[in-house]
Structure formats: C-alpha cells, structure tokens
Design a protein. Sequence first.
Lengths: 423, 66
Amino acid sequence: MTVDDRFARDFRETGADEPLGTRNEIITGPVSDWTTDFSHLEPQWAADPYLIQDDLRQHCPIAHTDRFGGGWLPTRYEDVAAVAYDTERFSSRSIIMGNFRPPREVAPIGGSPPISSDPPFHHDARKLLLPAFTKTAVARQEPATRAFCDALIDGFEARDVVDAAHDYAQHIPMRVIADMLGFPPEDGPRFREFVENTLEGVNLPPDERIARMTRLFDYLLAQVHDHLDNPRADLTTYLINAELYGRKLEADHVAGTMALLLIAGIDTTWSAIGASLWHLAGNPEDRRRLVADPSLLPTAMEELLRAYAPVTMARLVKGDMHWHGADMKADDWILLSFPAANRDPAQFEQASEVVIDREINRHAAFGLGIHRCVGSHLARMELRVALEVWLERIPEFSLADPAAVTWSAGQIRGPRSLPLRIG
Amino acid sequence: MTLHIDSERCQGHGRCYDLAPDLFGDDDEGFGKVLGDGVVPASLEREARLAVANCPERAIALDEES
C-alpha cells in the first residue's frame, strides 16, 4: 500500500512568503448604541437579539459597528436576501465575523470549502457533498437517531428536572455527525469544545484562538490517519478519496471540509432542538396542540425554525461601494442575520409571533442562494425525530426556572442551559 | 394547470417535495424536480399552491393557463 503523502507532513506548514491575513484591535464591553456599535457577542444580544433587530429594522435598517475592524448589519429580509444572492460583491472567504480577516488570496476556496468558497470553485466543492446530504441519504440515519433519542430519555430515569440543552439536544447532532464522519462516538465532549472555540471564542486573544484551532486540526489529522489505515464507508474516507478536476483533494481542503461538517453540524441543530423545546415548555397551548396532533409537527417545525433560526452567517465586502444607503469599504464585514430576515413584518404576517400552524412560510433559516445549508435535510430529520421522541415520551413539561435559561452568544443562537420540569 | 421549476433558482431546500411529494421529487443532489409532465390534477391543487408559496428561492411557477 502506498502512503498518501498528502497527509505525510503537516499540511498547515506554510512557506514564509505566504500572506497571513489581517488582525484588528479587539473591542468588547457594553454596546453604547446598536445603530453604530453593534456586537453579536455581548450578553444583551445573546439574551434577546430580536428586540434589538426589530428596533434597528424600523430606525436604521443597516446598522454599523467599528468593532471587528468594521462591519454592517442588515435587518430587512430584502437586504439580507440581496447580500446572500450577490456573490459578486460579497465574498464568503470568511463566514465568521471576528477580529481576523484571512488574506484575499484564500478566495475562491477559503479555509473550509464549500462554505468559505466563492464561485466558480464553490459549485464544484459543493457538488462533492450534495449526494451525501439529500433527504433520501440522510433518511438512513433516522432509525439510529431515533434509538439514540430514546436512549437519552431513558437516561433521565426518575429525575423530575433535566437540562434539555445539556442532557438531550446537544448529544443528538454530535452522535449523528460522528457516525457520518466515522469518528468515535465517545469523542462528543471534545466536539463541544471545538464548536465553542470556533464560534463563541471570537473575541479571545489571537494566540489563544490559534492554539484552540490547532487542537481541532490536530484531532482531524489524527482521524484522517486512522481512516488512511482503516478505510471505511463514511464521509472521512469519502473525502480522502474524492477527486476534483481529475485529482484528489488538497489536504487542507479535506481537513477544512471535515472541520466544517463537524462544527456546522453540531450546535446549529443542537440550538434548533433546544429553542423548540424552550418554546414548547413556555407555551403550553402549542405543546398540547402538538401532543394531540403529531401530524402538525412538520408545519410547526418550520415555524420554530423561522422564529428561532439559529444561524447567522457573515460575508466580506469585496470593494468600496455605496450599497442600499451604506458606504461600505472593502473588507468590511456583513453580519448576515437570517434570524432578522425571518422576523421582518414586510415579509411575514405576525412576524414576531410564533403561529404554530403557519402554512405559508418562506423563511430563510437555512440561508438563501448558492450557500443554502448543505445539511438542511439532515438538520430537519434530526429536529423532527428529536421532537417526536420527546413529545411522545414526555408530553408534559415546563420551564423549571426561566431565569436559569442561558443562550449562546455569537452567530449560532440557542439555549445552552435549559432546565425543564418533566412529567 | 402546470408546474415548472427554474433550475437556475432552485437550491435544493426541498420544501416542494416535502409538502407535495405527489408532484415533486428530488434528484441525486437534492434539487427539486417536477414529477411526470407537471400537470396538476384538481385533487392536488392545494399541495401545488403550498409548494409554490413555501419555496424560499421562489423557483416554482404555476402556469394556470395550461
């Protein structure tokens, strides 16, 4: 057997002449004015971003901040959609708004293809992943997902208060994505650390942030080596063997995509499951209706995804321009808030209310345009199964202590602590 | 009444084949496709309109004339 020399040396060793990207001063602390100083990493935003976004939409629909080296926050559906569709003027070379901009030379591939890629490369990198994430393909994970959800609830035993975020929601996507990538299921707690570092550690000092990302890629490289020695029918082996333009993928493409699937597959779905249970715990009329009529769940789920869309993306402005009234500069961030778009009254009737049987629901929880969440069918399967099993096993539940519920800050929003009284 | 999917706009959200599985299916990459000749039987008009109204990309057209 020949050794795959793509992974023989550390693919992260770069030449001294390669560009390093740019860093800006890290600014934290209370926001003075949401129209000119917004931050998605402060506690006020984490606690309730909707009030802030609703106010901005009315008075300053594209807010600005000098934090993160400069950025913009569109809050109208129309503007969010326009950014998502305009890959000529907005780049995905970084999709996590923080204090570091990767060098322009990383486009159109980016560090974690295809989410970090721009056309034309994006299309080809995405095409490699699509067949593994169709509704039909992800249906194969459903029986194991259902059994796992049941096992988690079995584990509650006789407790009358459980943390639905910590003891239920978070474990489901971790297990599913570990199975799909072919990683050891017991590594779940490490995945949680990787996710928090990537998405919530945005304002950490650079050295700390780099050290934490290094741990993630060390782990992924170890998994690659294990799969080279023991190939198996999973996404890691698939990516190692996949070809683009007649040759196997570059090592950093393989690792970047693995990182993407691991990170993006976990706290997004964890957040959607947690936010849905939080809503049902606090709104007994909706909960009772779903328990009485499980056939309403697919419709209700879309409404919960609209109202509590967990994912916000980011883009970088490609060149100086006057855009929809804003004087944007090259390399300004756009915080692309699908949650804000989903609550725009110009797009949705009763936009700020959860209408559990809303039939017309053209929401953007999984994005719009060429970067539509590649895992959306998987996420919907996990969310549906997680809620079906919970509602069947635990039809009666309520918030044990509303003040103890905590929400994640940053671009993925969901409950991180959710004590529920059950039974 | 006939359904069409604009394949330039479709991004594979799958709302059409979730909501109207008798009228839409998916291809090997998850993009939506109209089943058969796209003619909507009267009994499936409601499903057809639901699919059109829920497509996030506005990729589905319903031609009332044909």
